[in-house]
Design a protein around this ligand. Structure first.
Ligand SMILES: CC(C)(COP(=O)(O)OP(=O)(O)OC[C@H]1O[C@@H](n2cnc3c(N)ncnc32)[C@H](O)[C@@H]1OP(=O)(O)O)[C@@H](O)C(=O)NCCC(=O)NCCS
Length: 172
């Protein structure tokens, strides 16, 4: 399979929506991406697609977030959402998107990534439970599904607190 991973372009928006709608079986995540795109913090280089013969078959978004502790706040990234068309799942497409996204985030100077997701999927990319760093979700979730990854050595050093997602995450 000759796939290409690249940053999104305006012509990709319908294809990105379609991949999300079909992967999640609901429109919420596609709508979330459209809303986040209107947010000035959106970074198009961190909205990556996998293309196969001109068709978008996978998508991943990393969006800037804050980790707040009292008056202190530190920049990080949330990996959310990610999707692969059902017929192309379990072929490594998702893993390739994660690796490319982490590499791009590092190049852009980000030091860490947070993910709320499957406890058996994300650890293989280096994610560990975020509570290990004293980082908590702003809502109740089982400890093992809320994870963090240091993109650089000590990426979370001296950083603890509660993750603050942009308001769009609560709207869908
Ligand atoms: C989650 C999701 C994006 C993963 O994408 P994917 O392309 O299927 O992911 P991968 O192929 O990299 O990995 C999936 C599994 O296939 C396995 N796999 C990877 N390459 C493989 C290959 N060449 N042959 C067989 N299996 C393979 C992986 O080891 C992994 O196994 P695991 O379940 O034991 O971890 C996809 O399943 C999806 O869109 N799900 C619905 C939406 C969703 O839940 N998104 C995540 C929350 S935001």
């Amino acid at each position: 399979m000759q796939t290409t991973i690249r940053s999104e372009k305006p012509g990709d928006y319908p294809g990105i929506k379609k991949v999300n709608d079909l992967a999640f079986g609901q429109p919420n995540e596609g709508i979330l991406i459209e809303k986040l795109r209107e947010n000035s913090a959106f970074i198009k280089e961190l909205s990556l697609i996998t293309e196969l013969n001109g068709e978008i078959i996978g998508h991943i978004l990393f969006f800037p977030i804050w980790i707040k502790n009292g008056q202190n706040k530190h920049r990080s990234l949330a990996l959310a959402p990610m999707s692969v068309l059902p017929e192309y799942q379990k072929k490594g497409i998702g893993s390739q998107l994660i690796f490319k996204g982490l590499e791009t985030a590092r190049e852009l100077g980000f030091k860490s990534v947070i993910v709320l997701g499957h406890e058996y999927y994300y650890p293989k990319f280096g994610f560990v439970v975020a509570s290990k760093f004293g980082i908590k979700a702003p809502f109740d979730v089982p400890d093992e599904v809320f994870m963090g990854l240091e993109l650089v050595p000590d990426g979370f050093k001296g950083i603890s607190g509660i993750v603050q997602y942009p308001k769009e995450f609560e709207e869908v």
